[in-house]
Design a protein around this ligand. Structure first.
Ligand code: NAG
Ligand code: NAG
Ligand code: NAG
Ligand code: NAG
Ligand code: NAG
Length: 432
């Protein structure tokens, strides 16, 4: 055990003494090894594996990459998915690849839908549907809403809907039962615009070309796979094999993904300040400290029995006050890279974005194959106020306390290190 490890354990033990009062814990803390090198080695093997090959046989998705399935879905079984549940899955699976129109930049296609214009239909109706061309997959509190508004302003983008439909995270099986048609209907207004705005340049002698694109930005999609055990393909696993990434890839393998990350220490605090509006707690630095201690303790307890990755996907370990696992960027990004080619994932560091929003937005436009913006469009972008900055009231609370910051830095250090290796760039250490 090196000095760094010892420090985190010491501060957490103090925390546990405090928390014992609330949680009634009695644990053997020093046996927990948060730096399991075995897990890290395993990840490196996986990194070189081919990107997985998904296909549908009968009503399930299967991996055809044996290395992937052997390595990730390890350990004893948890529970088996019932047959009725598997059948309900058909609701949100397409059974054949969609045939996207060749003369559309955005993935659009004909589909017989049973849900249209906010209503359930009595009989299937053939209509044009569009999927997102781009998806801002993460992370919460990392500048994604600002990029979203920047995209909204680009003349090549059709957005007439909310940023976060939350279909893949919360509204589909097993957490709810939106059908795929219901999800596609979220893009109904954008679809109308896309299909009625041809480019002046023709595609062929006869065909027009439709150049507008649309997208979404449910940022929790990066990590929130809660109740993954109930997803077919994850039976008898103690780590998920099938993730949101696989569903997105299955729907549109060419989807372009934007992944923004912020110093995880500041991110979790920003999250704490932000979430209080939904959960109605009184924000104080001491309350935050306790929430952090509780989350770290829960995470370490989990690590006694599960791998780092298994715990990163375990939502029961933390409260909304300190969503610690969200900052374990390495684990999630690695999983996205297993499914999507790296060229389709744009990674942005929040701190750099905030220093130079317009230049970064231009890079985003380029990544999405949008035309460069004009001088007047650029001025309009510059005038736009920054989205989701800290409120006056929150500024009053000030920064987290120093002890909390040190604790979090220690906790995130190994994750940042692996992220830096993955992205081959030390700037993702965030000074930790
Ligand atoms: C997926 O695997 C099948 C069967 O092994 C193969 O025929 C197919 O070409 C593969 N597809 C891709 C995209 O690699
Ligand atoms: C839609 O349904 C009709 C009638 O069932 C069928 O003839 C047609 O092929 C379907 N079209 C698509 C694109 O599935
Ligand atoms: C799923 O749909 C059924 C019937 O359509 C409804 O009764 C049920 O409440 C829904 N469940 C959830 C979790 O939304
Ligand atoms: C928050 O603080 C106010 C005023 O001090 C108090 O009345 C209220 O009960 C507190 N709420 C919670 C959830 O602790
Ligand atoms: C999540 O962690 C808790 C506590 O360690 C454990 O009891 C539970 O089985 C874990 N769940 C999963 C799905 O790994």
């Amino acid at each position: 055990m090196n000095r760094r490890q010892r420090r985190i354990i010491r501060s957490s033990v103090c925390g546990i003494l405090v928390m014992c009062i609330f949680l009634n814990f009695n644990i053997d803390f020093l046996n927990i090894d948060i730096h399991t090198n075995g897990a890290f080695k395993r990840m490196q093997i996986l990194q070189s594996a081919e990107s997985p090959n998904i296909s549908i046989t009968t009503n399930r998705m299967h991996y055809q990459n044996p290395l992937f399935s052997k390595q990730i879905c390890s350990g004893i079984g948890l529970r088996t998915v019932g047959k009725t549940k598997v059948n309900r899955l058909l609701n949100f699976h397409k059974t054949d690849p969609f045939r996207f129109f060749k003369n559309y930049k955005n993935p659009c296609f004909y589909r017989n839908v049973t849900y249209l214009g906010g209503k359930e239909l009595k009989k299937p109706t053939l209509t044009i549907r569009c999927l997102p061309y781009f998806f801002i997959i993460g992370m919460p509190k990392s500048g994604t809403t600002d990029v979203w508004h920047g995209l909204e302003q680009h003349p090549g983008v059709a957005i007439r809907h909310g940023k976060e439909p939350m279909y893949f995270t919360r509204r589909r099986y097993p957490r709810a039962n939106w059908s795929l048609d219901q999800y596609l209907d979220h893009f109904d207004a954008a679809t109308d615009i896309i299909k009625s705005t041809p480019s002046p340049d023709k595609w062929t002698d006869d065909d027009l070309y439709y150049f507008l694109i649309t997208g979404e930005g449910t940022v929790d999609v990066s990590h929130d796979n809660d109740r993954w055990q109930e997803i077919p393909g994850n039976e008898d696993c103690n780590e998920p094999r099938m993730l949101n990434a696989h569903y997105l890839y299955h729907l549109n393998p060419n989807m372009r993904l934007i992944f923004m990350m912020r110093d995880p220490v500041n991110r979790v605090y920003s999250d704490y300040l932000y979430e209080s509006q939904f959960f109605g707690y009184n924000k104080t630095v001491e309350d935050f400290h306790l929430a952090v201690l509780e989350s770290i303790t829960q995470h370490m307890l989990c690590r006694k029995h599960f791998s780092e990755r298994g715990c990163a996907y375990n939502s029961s370990l933390e409260s909304f006050k300190a969503r610690l696992r969200v900052g374990m960027y390495y684990v999630f990004l690695e999983d996205w890279y297993r499914v999507f080619p790296k060229e389709q994932v744009m990674v942005i560091k929040f701190e750099e974005y905030m220093r130079n929003r317009i230049e970064y937005l231009k890079e985003v436009f380029k990544f999405l194959k949008l035309r460069p913006i004009s001088v007047s469009e650029e001025q309009k972008q510059r005038k736009r106020s920054i989205s989701n900055t800290r409120s006056k009231e929150d500024r009053h609370i000030g920064d987290m306390s120093k002890k909390t910051r040190i604790l979090l830095q220690e906790f995130y250090h190994p994750f940042n290190k692996r992220l830096s290796i993955l992205l081959n760039d030390n700037k993702y250490m965030w000074g930790s």
